[in-house]
Design a binder for this molecule. Sequence first.
Ligand code: SF4
Ligand code: SF4
Length: 119
Amino acid sequence: MRLAIDMTKCMGCMACEMACGYHRDDGFAFLSSSIQVYRSKEKKDYSGVMLKEDEYLVLSRPEGLEVSRIGAIEEDPEKEADASAKPLLLREGCDFCEAMDGGPMCIRFCPVDAITLGE
Ligand code: SF4
Ligand code: SF4
């Protein structure tokens, strides 16, 4: 099971990040979210979404999907140099909001239905 994010729909609003923080902490705390929006300093109007799973980091970007094993990121100096992913690696992996009535919070709060749950 994995969350899929359609980057042709995503507008980088961060509602998923806020909803996940609420799921984790019963408050709007971005620091505990398993999902994180990032923007590029180099490219205008560019954003992607990072998702921390238990063993993988999933990057959804306009140019495609990248799935990396977390141990491999920590061993790879080039990937580790990507500072934007570091805080996320320390957080809990997505649990698909299994204890929440109504299912994954990020899916429920995405205003453009960009997130789906697949196999
Ligand atoms: S499914 Fe739940 S735990 Fe996973 S990213 Fe979405 S809100 Fe966070
Ligand atoms: S809530 Fe939906 S549109 Fe907003 S950043 Fe997350 S995936 Fe993108």
